[in-house]
Design a protein around this ligand. Structure first.
Ligand code: 4UU
Length: 528
């Protein structure tokens, strides 16, 4: 049986992201504050945001960028991110969003794979951004440094340069149902990071579907989860803009600064990953700040333990709603959430399918479909989802696309779930190899390939080890080459030099042989 969303259908207009977010903005909203820089306090109204988006779109068009071009955006959460991201989309450009923690080789891979013709970075990330871009063959005039114009970034075009040549936004036309808005990278259910093809309609649909979360025009939303990741992009950036909430940007997570922003700006809706939920529940610093303005905390990107959800409630007070959302980059990302007004749903669950979504639960061993029970809870099985927010496929990778998307449109999530008679889902396990460190994706296949490139390593496998603070930490099992010797510290250092910090191997065990199936697949369950 297919489980359908119990929520009323929402209208998904066939328009661009820009048109959906801003096309019908009320004149009363234009002078309201859209974005606040959480560090400097500088405010941007909707009027000024729209003017800047137009100017960026115009400058991009004047430089020859439009439909068919890919531009990489490599920046932390700053107000300029909002302007540039939407300026690029408005110009018809496809944006590939790059993790601010990525190393130069990681950036090079993404730029080359996505075919990006321009790299937009900031001076704080210039070292990795510059060498990553050069590695992919980009020249200096294909690099923009948003806050450039001085120091090491002197030579590069800056955002001020782009805004100083006010040109009207170009007239671009494309079919929102097929034109790619963004190419975020995700490893999906297996292998290395791949470009996830999301159309304008995918992003529009997912904002419309996420309205159930309950963000509104009176909300103040601190944006500490990164905009480059699909959670930050859809649920923070786009949902908050569409609902005319106020965004407060924070470039990195620092608990004191985050709490300070909550207090100073009277934040109401917190979007977090489980490690921030843990800090809100347990950290002594929370007592030193006034967080009484908060009315909801939504956790996503990794499992939120029921007890931790309760601890957040105990700390922040019973009138606060603790919610959970679930999804995947490949679903733009939200497929499930606990709607704000459904206080009957436990925050230890991921709630209901969002409007317009369908799900199947399948026994991974037999392929047999598991039925939704008339009462009680179903048996666990792999979740498959179908809906208007599901990706077109992986860029240039038809095999991975075919492995993930069924011909009937259902997509494999690689997560094990149960559902009850009311349509409430619970994520109980992960079938796929992906490791989540503080909600960040760590693809084992990528670390295994790196380990195998070490001359003293004959074979290797990486799994996620449960960890109270991070959720999971990457652990490597290493087979040392014959006659060689290697220490745990050497292995850790070798990986750490080449990957973003959150991907570091944090524990190593030396073994005789990596357990594998007859077909050569690593038996990760045996290692666990
Ligand atoms: C157990 O992390 C994301 C998306 C996060 C998101 C989605 C809807 C946040 C808020 C929201 O409302 O995307 P990816 O692609 O980085 O990682 C996807 C994987 C899932 O397949 C699952 O394994 O991250 C895990 N995951 C979760 N696991 C995501 N959310 C949850 C969750 N519980 N709530």
């Amino acid at each position: 049986m297919v489980v359908r969303s119990p929520l009323p259908d929402v209208k998904i207009p066939s328009v661009s992201v820009y048109e959906y977010l801003f096309g019908d903005i009320a004149s009363d909203d234009l002078d309201r504050v859209a974005v606040v820089d959480g560090v400097s306090g500088v405010e941007t109204t909707f009027r000024s945001l729209l003017a800047q988006i137009d100017a960026v779109a115009g400058a991009m068009a004047a430089r020859g960028f439009g439909v068919g071009d890919v531009v990489a955006l490599h920046a932390p959460n700053v107000p300029a991110y909002v302007t540039v991201f939407h300026g690029l989309l408005r110009a018809g450009v496809t944006v590939t969003t790059v993790n601010g923690l990525a190393t130069a080789p990681e950036i090079t891979k993404q730029l080359a794979d996505s075919g990006a013709r321009l790299m937009i970075t900031v001076s704080a990330l210039l070292a990795a951004g510059e060498s990553g871009a050069r590695g992919a063959g980009l020249t200096d005039d294909q690099l923009v440094v948003l806050d450039g114009g001085s120091g090491a970034a002197e030579a590069y075009t800056s955002l001020a340069d782009l805004l100083a040549e006010p040109r009207p936004a170009p007239d671009v036309s494309f079919d929102p149902a097929t034109h790619l808005a963004v190419l975020p990278y995700s490893s999906g259910t297996t292998g290395r990071p791949k470009g996830v093809m999301l159309t304008h309609t995918n992003l529009v649909a997912n904002v419309a579907q996420s309205l159930a979360i309950g963000v509104g025009p009176d909300d103040v939303v601190p944006c500490v989860l990164p905009f480059f990741h699909i959670y930050g992009m859809t649920v923070l950036l786009n949902l908050a803009l569409r609902t005319r909430a106020k965004l407060v940007t924070l470039p990195r997570f620092d608990l004191a600064q985050y709490l300070g922003v909550i207090q100073e700006h009277r934040a109401t809706f917190l979007f977090v990953a489980p490690p921030i939920a843990l800090a809100l529940a347990k950290h002594p610093l929370v007592d030193s700040y006034d967080v009484s303005s908060v009315r909801a905390v939504l956790s996503g990107a990794a499992p939120l333990d029921e007890k931790l959800a309760q601890a957040v409630l105990d700390r922040l007070g019973d009138s606060v709603r603790v919610l959970q959302g679930y999804g995947m980059t490949e679903m733009s990302p939200v497929s499930h959430c606990i709607p704000f007004d459904r206080a009957d749903i436990s925050p230890g669950t991921v709630g209901l399918l969002v409007a317009g979504m369908e799900a199947k639960i399948v026994d991974p061993a037999t392929g047999a479909q598991i039925e939704q029970p008339g009462e009680g809870v179903s048996a666990p099985g792999e979740l498959l989802c179908r809906g208007p927010n599901v990706m077109v496929g992986y860029l240039g990778n038809p095999e991975a696309t075919a492995d993930t998307l069924e011909p009937d449109g259902f997509m494999h999530t690689g997560d094990i779930v149960t559902v009850d008679a009311d349509g409430v889902f619970r994520v109980v396990d992960r079938l796929k190899e992906l490791i989540k460190y503080k909600g960040y994706q760590v693809p084992p296949a990528e670390l295994e390939a790196l380990l195998l490139s070490h001359p003293k390593i004959a074979d290797a496998a990486v799994i996620g080890l449960p960890d109270d603070e991070a959720g999971e930490i990457p652990k490597a099992f290493v087979v040392t080459a014959r006659g060689e010797s290697l220490s745990e510290a050497e292995v850790i250092a070798y990986v750490a030099e080449q990957v973003a910090p959150y991907k570091k191997v944090r524990s190593v065990e030396f073994i005789e042989a990596v357990p594998k199936s007859a077909s050569g697949k690593v038996l990760r369950k045996d290692l666990k």
